[in-house]
Design a protein. Sequence first.
Length: 148
Amino acid sequence: MSAVDMMNGALEHTIPAAHRMGVKVVTADRGHAATTVPLEGNGNHFGVIYAGVQFTVAEVLGGIIALTTFDAAKYFPLVKNLDISFVGMAKSDLRAEARMSDAEIDRVAAEAAERGKSDFTLEAVITDADGNTVATTRGLYQLRAHAR
């Protein structure tokens, strides 16, 4: 089973609200994740995708990257803060994408091994079906060791 399949299967149980929105993981690799969400069923009163849906499709990227990049048997991710800027009208299916550099992966891994936790920042871009940016996010996440 691929990482994408595992993440999509887990999403239904770990974040049921995101699953009900139709959030799908399309890329789940070391330091890189992308998700999509459909327009259908996620509109608001003026015909664009509801802001909370846009937030969600981007926010889950931190967990996906953490789980596919670091040892999930030792660590779990959590979100500490997420800022979103809406820069365009979300009138179609959306895609959110974020990356973590190799240097940042090494830093987070070393700090988590030493301290039991490490904060990291991810910037995500949310685009519409034509590739136009509709929102950007900057999230502060933490990789934290499981309690022993």
